[in-house]
Ligand binder design. Sequence first.
Ligand SMILES: CC(C)(COP(=O)(O)OP(=O)(O)OC[C@H]1O[C@@H](n2cnc3c(N)ncnc32)[C@H](O)[C@@H]1OP(=O)(O)O)[C@@H](O)C(=O)NCCC(=O)NCCS
Length: 170
Amino acid sequence: MDDPEIRRRRDDDLKACVEALATVYEADRYPARWPDDPAGWLTPDGLLDAWAAWDGTCVLGHVALTRTGRAMAAEAGLVPDELVSVSRLFATASARRSGVATALLATAVAAATADGLRPVLEVEDGGAAAVRLYERAGWRLVSSREGDWTTADGRTALLHTYLAPAGEAR
Ligand SMILES: CC(C)(COP(=O)(O)OP(=O)(O)OC[C@H]1O[C@@H](n2cnc3c(N)ncnc32)[C@H](O)[C@@H]1OP(=O)(O)O)[C@@H](O)C(=O)NCCC(=O)NCCS
């Protein structure tokens, strides 16, 4: 596959992003429950920026940056103003293992770093592929806690907080 084109998400990209998300939900139950308003789910409170990866007119993946809440900042041991959260990261099932998520993550990290912010994220314990991706990119596990929701396979969610490598921030 050619390198995907990564560009800042526009409002009129949302329909294609939702279609891509639907394939991820079918393959991985991500998100754990299909949202009533999937475009809204891709546009969470505190959204700062979002990008999609494209192959022509087809969305291959997506990532967003949001403000970091106090709870996640406390997990990271830093103050919210120093942080920015990576969220809504996915690659479509047919585009997997070709570097789409790595490229999206690098785009989000570069934007965060340019703003002097340290990227942080949460990943559920069952997301083995995502954990491997983050660890391979040098992210560090800083804490884990139980979530207040149940995973698709019936477990209480276990949420891991990861920080981007220090060299890539500030
Ligand atoms: C996790 C996810 C985003 C990875 O997307 P991707 O585009 O396939 O990832 P990449 O091709 O950039 O993979 C980079 C590295 O991550 C690791 N990785 C990715 N998928 C993996 C898998 N299924 N199993 C093991 N390692 C995996 C590998 O180290 C891989 O490098 P390699 O292919 O050279 O071995 C994708 O599987 C996905 O969308 N999953 C469902 C949604 C999700 O979990 N989102 C994260 C929420 S926190």
